[in-house]
Design a protein around this ligand. Structure first.
Ligand SMILES: Cc1ncc(COP(=O)(O)O)c(C=O)c1O
Length: 392
């Protein structure tokens, strides 16, 4: 029998891959499943971004490997950070291109963590922060994100023995799955904390362009001197409706950037040139369409929240991201609750516990479907919750 390497022996398939299989079975039986689970934007990027890709692809010199030829893209990322956040980056040493930010999140743990090291990971959070540490043989210390703390970690509660062994402190704002935001005052505190305890902050910020009522997320690198202790991950996936294109970036701490670049040159051969051309058009071109796109998410958010309230579910509207983090009625078990919801009313959402122990007691709705479809899903869900409440 083929024996897997010890470091991945307990690795389980990605939750959404398994869920997709369950949904196919239901659909084959004729169930009209409304998918409000995965966070992949349903809207396309605008025409000018597609044209940049077509134009690049129609040339004869854009079809080879781009390894070692991504400086133009890195310059554009630096220009975007300057324009959007007022952050100065040296594009030669402080920017690296990624095949989606997920690639960089995974690599960071591989290049920094040894067995015995600790990675400080928010709970709940995007699964890659913890899984990448485990695969590197390191341990995770979970930082609970609690509603009473506005889903920000309480750094003072991290035990000192953990801090001594910790190398990376992960943050993600605007936050998946809670929809929470962080302000610059919080980032300043984290930067001071990282200096004091010699940690590298890894701030994952792919939702920075998805905000409502004029909210615009800051970059952690806006904190003076942050680059000395922080790296920030970003991508065009959620910002510009380009999740499948796989174009991302890591910026900031030059040594972390260099290590990621070295590792990734052994692993992949960089981004296809026409995709980089499109991402550059997205970052430096007209940004005004984002207002309208965000109004679309906001209208969806409000429509879903109206239905949830009708069903008696208490929800605070998020100011950013396309997620709604819904507390479960009666402290139900989130895996069972979501599995029953899928079977009994054909609505697929993500159980909170998938994002960590402190995600238990919640489920996540993604606003990545047309508003009528979302309303239909939320209505079914609200009716189902009400009926269940009557039965109890
Ligand atoms: C918090 C967070 N980070 C990173 C990613 C991955 O994004 P990318 O498409 O840039 O790899 C996701 C995707 O859902 C996410 O939610």
């Amino acid at each position: 029998m083929l024996k897997p390497a010890d470091r991945i022996a307990t690795l389980r398939p990605y939750f959404f891959a398994e869920l997709a299989k369950r949904i196919s079975v239901l659909r084959a039986k004729g169930v009209d499943v409304v998918r409000l689970d995965i966070g992949s934007p349903d809207l396309p990027p605008p025409g000018f971004i597609l044209e940049a890709m077509f134009e690049s692809a129609s040339r004869t010199d854009t079809h080879g490997y781009t390894l070692g030829q991504t400086q133009g893209f890195r310059n554009t990322v630096a220009a975007y950070y300057q324009k959007r956040f007022g952050v100065e980056l040296d594009p030669k040493t402080e920017v690296v291109d990624l095949i989606g930010s997920k690639e960089g999140l995974f690599i960071l743990s591989q290049v920094l963590l040894n067995p015995g090291d600790i990675s400080l990971v928010p709970d709940p959070s995007y699964s890659v922060y913890a899984k990448s540490a485990e695969i590197a043989g390191a341990q995770v210390h979970w930082m609970p994100l609690l509603e009473k703390n506005h889903f920000l970690p309480d750094l003072q509660t991290i035990p000192s023995d953990m801090l001594k062994k910790a190398k990376i402190l992960w943050l993600n704002y605007p936050n998946n799955p809670t929809g929470a935001i962080a302000d610059l005052a919080f980032f300043e505190q984290v930067v001071a904390f990282a200096r004091q305890h010699e940690l590298l902050i890894a701030h994952d910020s792919p939702y920075c362009e998805v905000g409502f009522n004029g909210y615009r997320a800051p970059s952690l690198l806006q904190v003076p001197g942050a680059k000395e202790v922080a790296i920030e991950f970003n991508s065009v996936s959620k910002s510009y409706n380009m999740a499948g294109w796989r174009v991302g970036m890591a910026v900031g701490h030059p040594e972390a950037v260099r290590l990621i670049e070295t590792y990734k040159s052994q692993q992949d051969s960089a981004i296809f040139a026409p995709l980089m051309a499109a991402a550059e058009a997205a970052m430096l071109g007209d940004q005004s369409w984002l207002n309208e796109r965000n109004r679309v998410y906001q209208a969806r958010r409000d429509a879903v929240i109206d239905e949830l309230h009708r069903g008696g579910l208490r929800v605070a509207p998020p100011q950013a991201t396309f997620y709604i983090w819904v507390p479960l009625p009666d402290k139900a078990n989130s895996l069972e609750f979501c599995a029953r919801m899928l079977e009994e009313c054909g609505v697929s959402t993500t159980p909170g516990v998938v994002f960590g122990k402190h995600g238990e007691g919640y489920f996540r709705i993604s606003l990545v479907a047309d508003i009528e479809r979302l309303r239909e899903g939320a209505k079914r869900l609200a009716d189902w919750v009400q009926k269940a409440a009557i039965r109890n």
